[in-house]
Design a protein around this ligand. Sequence first.
Ligand code: ATR
Length: 442
Amino acid sequence: MNITAKTLPLGVIGHPVAHSVSPEIHNFILDCLEMNYFYCAYHVLPENLPDAIRGVRALGIRGLNVTIPHKEEVLRLCDEVDNYAMKTGAVNTVVNRAGRLMGYNTDAPGFIASLARSGVSVGGKNVVILGAGGAARGVASAVLENGAAKVGIVNRTRSRAEHLANSLHDCRISAADGAEGAQILINATSVGMKSDATPFTDFDSLAPDCVVCDIVFCPRETAFLGLAAKKGFKTVGGIGMLIYQAVIAFELFTQTKVSDDIIEKLFRRLEMNRSIVLTGFMGCGKSAVGRELAQMTGCELIDCDDYIVKTTGMTIPEIFDKEGESGFRDIESRCIRELSRLRGVIISLGGGAVLRRENIDLLRESCYVFRLKADVEKILRNTAGDTNRPLLKGKSRPEIEAMLDYREPYYSNCDYTIDVSNMYPNQSAKKIIDTVMNSDKF
Ligand code: ATR
């Protein structure tokens, strides 16, 4: 990207905002279209929101996405808002049209567009929504607007469900106690985000052809969707809503159509039907590259060693002391088996996990397995002073070189090798995403 005096600013405001995938999505579209804008994240504290919006006018920022906790307050600071923003009481997109700030809600149409891509329409359907917060309000407005016959709101706190249903002033929507006969069931709670909890288990009560949808996109297949799929229901994950709300916002910002081809590329980049697994010798930078990948994709990063510590309640040196290396490897293989069942996460493996070929063979069945290759200088630099690596304790350079040589054939069993010796973590992560996008394993 070549930033000049003519480059136009776009961005997202939130608190927190560092986890946002929006910069990734918008800058990707900008790159595809070779447009002279840039998009970045601004961390705005609630007390600074009015100043930030004044700044949008003063600096001529062309467009902003708005995320938690500002969506409601920004509505009051816009000059005009669209129908969805009015109905949901929330603005997620602000467009600066020559100093007039126009507020939109693209979450609601983004949800409908995501269903449409999966061949699902809400018209005439019996829809049940789980949750009664801001997200549920957006989804409820969208399905009513698009012709749902009946909408039930099921929520842990029933009074909130009643409040939401009443506030939409539509006789088709009411609070409900279950999802009996639902033809479309939507999770609009936060349950399942970075956890294996599910907000619903009574799948036998649904209509046989029910479509089960989640707005949670991390992990890509939530426990809720996993259970629904096992019962034979068609499922739609949350990543489509994330992509389409961004695409619709982008079109409003730039008045430029985003082609289907670019949208498909975004899905390819973010859908993560398979998890990404990082292997490589200790100190090759798996954790740093993993963090970058998690940021770029909005996926959860799971460090296999941390997972082992969490599930055994012991530190890695303690396991080595108590069980020896082979005992540790048994525990590691069990944890890898568990992790291999997850979809759409980034898994960083311990350096020696490749020593058991069956670990990598298993992961390759369901994931993209990357080996990060670093030269011995980088490894020495990155592991200097680290006391949590029992296998490196007291090792000289030739000994480490010998270990590298010994492991080389094991590492070459991975799907892809990336030489990261001279790359920053963000460069390595970008290369991994590009490799995944072009992989015939996709
Ligand atoms: P948002 O604006 O993102 O939708 P919210 O207003 O906090 O966030 O709403 C979160 C929704 O998830 C609510 O419907 C909440 O239920 P309550 O109204 O009973 O609080 C639901 N939710 C969150 N955690 C939950 C849990 N552990 N079990 C069931 N529902 C939960």
